[in-house]
Design a protein around this ligand. Structure first.
Ligand SMILES: Nc1ncnc2c1ncn2[C@@H]1O[C@H](COP(=O)(O)OP(=O)(O)OP(=O)(O)O)[C@@H](O)[C@H]1O
Length: 696
């Protein structure tokens, strides 16, 4: 950005000197704003990358158009291309935009938007793109995104230029009608209108294509980034434990979509509306209508422009006052919708349990309450929208006639022609439409802000869950080369800070197999979670042998969507193990009757019995061959005989694997070398204490 700021500054100085010498106010203005722009671009190294892209566009345009304007002023511009010489006002306008970008980078909500948007445009991964009409080519993801965005911004600006050209067509066309000048009428229609209208249509088509390409790529990248951050290091579990971000599914699926669509959907129209505002303001300003300050002969310069601006600013302010509560209401509505969806998803997941308990009535009541929440907030939203629409619709209707009301007296007295009146009416309308952009988009702005809020809080929740707690108030995991697995000096607490387990020194490495027993609720599973590194509450040390592969089987195994083979291989990929190994493992855990259905896609979590699911999980362990296998009541659904056989199979198949189990059955004791008992302490906590195992 620094070289660009120097180029801008150099051109600004040249424009100032040329303006000084030729006495051109346009060039002086160009130079003055150019210096401000140079400063803004120089300082923009501190702003978010997303905003830098816009600074870069406006800086470059300033240099290109500004150089053209200076050359034209100095008389160096080729005579044959005179009609294409850019006016100084064009470069001045883009310079104002550049300065505006820097100014808005200090607004907190813009900072939040830019912070969420920037990472995609900075992404360094290399991708193969098949962007039509080019063949496959390799490019950095972020670079492709920047190119697409720049292309779209420039295209949008070109479209404003076309509409400006059409406004002059409008003037000449109606003047030709008024003067009954047939040749001029047909010339305007065939050579001016048809040409520019055709360019407009083609540019719109190209815009649609580029626009959707950018949006889907951006959304995919964001959804992948959020799901990656959410999934890495068991963050999803910690976020749910901490309760800092409800409905993450909604944030990853819905809010990224809304954010991408709306950021684009606001940024580009906003830019083109501001370009429209500036260019048509110049037209309104330049049309001289001799309206004087009442009681004097002083003509009000730019009367029409002032009228348009005052009228629109007042309306925008009123809209803001009426619409402000919509932001909170939109946020709440999305939250309630997500809660309702979540309840339905849970119902589907626990369908069998609910059916067995005949819990449908209770579920129906719960669903009705959730939907009731949606409806209650919905009425509040509707009521607020009605208030807002009452104002915006009336305003939009009034817009049609306001310019004619202002101009009619002057037309009827012959002060202005029909062509001028229609051009002013359309320019007035354009200025107002640009100003009303905010008014008409208020509702979407409200839901946009709600999405930004949800993404920001989601990012914060992820960062908080991933941040290492300060000082010793954390459970530190250390990988010790050649060391043994153990816990020392640890206190495990609940999320509210209440201590539940204290461990002075627990070494699990001495015995081949250890059984952890103790009363229900004494913290056995919590101890396992802490060893696995997913329980963040408490302090102390967990030592893990360097390079050791640890696998933990919970009481209710998770079966992913897809084939039975994928469920057995989980968390490895479906094709991670040879067919023969999978079948052998299934035979060992007595699941041979399912080998024919390995490639069948089904809801296996609902098809298989509890015991079958547990045996499937053991088959996973037999295939994965971990160094440490933790079984948290992982065979509790099996009868004692089968449980014994399964332990036998684990022992024989994985002789090198150390086993640590949690279980309540007394028969388990003889299958383990060592017993660790959760002993109650005086303060209500429990401590794991080694006991002698019963002789086999
Ligand atoms: N996310 C949580 N939030 C609050 N309390 C929790 C949470 N997880 C566990 N607890 C509480 O911590 C205590 C220990 O739970 P844990 O599951 O470790 O016990 P356990 O000894 O494995 O019990 P059981 O033998 O019944 O499976 C229980 O009182 C439980 O209610």
């Amino acid at each position: 950005m620094r070289p660009l700021s120097f180029a801008v500054a150099a051109l600004a100085v040249i424009a100032l000197i040329a303006g000084q010498q030729s006495g051109s106010g346009g060039l002086l203005g160009l130079g003055g704003v150019g210096l401000l722009l140079a400063l803004a671009i120089y300082r923009s190294t501190e702003i978010a990358f997303f905003l830098k892209i816009f600074s870069g566009i406006f800086g470059t345009e300033y240099v290109v158009f500004g150089a053209g304007a200076v050359l034209a002023q100095l008389g160096v511009w080729p005579a044959g291309w005179q009609a294409l010489a850019p006016p100084a006002s064009l470069a001045t306008t883009v310079a104002i935009f550049g300065v505006l970008i820097y100014a808005i980078s200090f607004i907190p909500v813009i900072q939040r938007i830019a912070r969420i948007a920037s990472p995609y445009y900075e992404a360094t991964e290399v991708t193969t793109s098949r962007l039509w009409p080019f063949g496959p080519f390799q490019i950095r993801l972020g670079r492709l995104a920047v190119l697409l965005l720049v292309f779209l911004v420039v295209l949008n600006q070109a479209q404003v230029g076309i509409s400006l050209r059409l406004s002059f067509f409008n003037r000449d066309f109606y003047n030709a009608i008024q003067e009954k000048d047939a040749p001029s009428f047909w010339y305007q229609l065939i050579y001016v209108f048809s040409l520019w209208a055709a360019i407009w249509v083609v540019s719109s088509l190209i815009e649609i294509f580029a626009n959707y390409t950018l949006l889907i790529r951006w959304r995919r990248w964001m959804a992948e980034k959020y799901s990656h951050d959410w999934l890495s290091n068991a963050t999803h579990y910690r976020v749910s434990l901490a309760g800092t971000a409800d409905n993450p599914d909604q944030r990853i699926a819905e809010d990224t979509r809304a954010f991408v669509n709306q950021t684009y959907g606001f940024a580009l129209p906003l830019l083109s509306q501001i370009s429209t505002l500036v260019s048509f303001s110049i037209i309104l300003w330049s049309i001289k209508i001799p309206i004087t300050i009442p009681g004097t002969d002083i003509i009000i310069p730019g009367f029409l422009l002032w009228m348009a601006l005052i009228y629109s600013i007042a309306a925008t302010w009123i809209t803001h006052l009426i619409g402000k509560p919509l932001i909170g209401l939109e946020f709440e509505q999305e939250r309630r919708e997500a809660n309702f969806r979540f309840s339905l998803a849970r119902l589907r997941e626990y369908s069998e349990q609910i059916a067995l308990m005949r819990g449908e009535g209770s579920e129906q009541k719960h669903l009705s309450e959730r939907f009731g929440d949606i409806v209650t907030n919905f009425y509040r939203l509707v009521w607020r929208r009605i208030k807002l629409s009452t104002f915006t619709s009336s305003y939009n209707q009034a817009n049609v006639v306001v310019p004619y009301v202002l101009l009619a007296p002057h037309y009827f007295t012959g002060l202005i022609t029909l062509g001028i009146m229609t051009q002013v009416a359309s320019a007035f309308d354009r200025v107002q439409t640009a100003m009303s952009f905010f008014i008409n988009s208020y509702q979407s702005i409200a839901s946009y802000l709600a999405s930004i809020n949800r993404l920001t809080t989601f990012e914060a929740a992820i960062a908080q869950a991933q941040a290492a707690p300060a000082g010793n108030r954390a459970i530190h995991h250390t990988r010790v080369p050649g060391g043994e697995l153990g816990v020392t000096g640890a206190t495990l607490t609940l999320p509210d800070g209440r201590a539940i387990v204290r461990v002075d020194n627990l070494n699990l490495g001495d015995a081949h197999s250890t059984l952890v027993i103790g009363p229900s609720g004494s913290g056995k599973s919590t101890l396992f979670r802490a060893i696995a590194g997913i329980w963040p509450f408490g302090e102390g040390k967990v030592g893990i042998p360097e390079g050791a592969h640890i696998m933990l089987l919970p009481q209710r195994p998770y079966l992913p969507q897809g084939t039975l083979r994928a469920a057995i291989a989980y968390p490895a990929t479906e094709d991670a193990y040879p067919d023969s190994a999978v079948k052998e493992a299934m035979a060992k855990v007595k699941l041979s009757h399912l080998t024919d259905r390995l490639d069948e896609v089904d809801l296996w979590g609902q098809r298989l019995s509890g015991g079958e699911q547990q045996r499937l999980a053991v088959a996973r362990a037999l295939l994965a061959k971990p160094d440490w296998l933790f079984l948290d009541e992982a065979t509790a659904s099996l009868d004692e005989k089968l449980e014994g056989e399964i332990y036998d199979v684990i022992d024989r198949t994985l002789p090198e694997t150390k086993i640590v189990s949690i279980g309540h059955r007394s028969t388990l004791r003889e299958m383990h070398d060592e017993i660790v008992m959760m002993q109650p302490n005086a303060d209500g906590t429990y401590s794991p204490t080694a006991m002698a195992a019963e002789p086999a």
